[in-house]
Design a protein around this ligand. Structure first.
Ligand SMILES: [Zn+2]
Ligand SMILES: [Zn+2]
Length: 133
């Protein structure tokens, strides 16, 4: 595939560099979305008095003011992932919709290893998935 890694965090809505299990690792990011209305700039969380409203429930275009619901906006994007599978140590890339699903009890972006077919997850926070007993 050949994913292009972001040059800076500013380009991303989400960026994470983490380990997957004991042997694996993953670098995952979601690029900001170009405003679908004016097409001039990337959309982001609203800024009020110079401060980004992190918890805002919508994304806005700083150029034309186009507003999109947070969920709708995020679900229209893709997460790009470069990973080393913790199971088979396959090095691969994945490109999946940025839609969180519950996986092993944790909201995660789930993708499948191209080497062994194992389901792998990028969790929202650094929480470890619940271990099955
Ligand atoms: Zn715009
Ligand atoms: Zn694998």
């Amino acid at each position: 595939m050949g994913l292009v890694e972001p040059e800076s965090m500013d380009q991303c809505l989400y960026f994470s560099n983490r380990t997957l299990g004991e042997l694996g690792k993953a670098k995952a990011w979601v690029y900001k979305k170009q405003c679908p209305k004016c097409g001039k700039v990337k959309m982001g969380k609203p800024v009020e008095k110079g401060k980004v409203k992190i918890r805002a429930k919508e994304y806005v275009c700083p150029e034309c003011g186009f507003v999109e619901d947070k969920k709708e906006h995020e679900e229209s994007l893709n997460m790009e992932i470069k990973y080393v599978c913790p199971k088979c140590e396959h090095e691969g890339e994945a490109d999946v919709p940025y839609i969180r699903k519950t996986f092993q009890g944790v909201k995660s972006i789930v993708f499948v290893c191209g080497g062994c077919g194992e389901k792998l997850a990028i969790t929202k926070k650094m929480k470890e998935p619940k271990k099955k007993k």
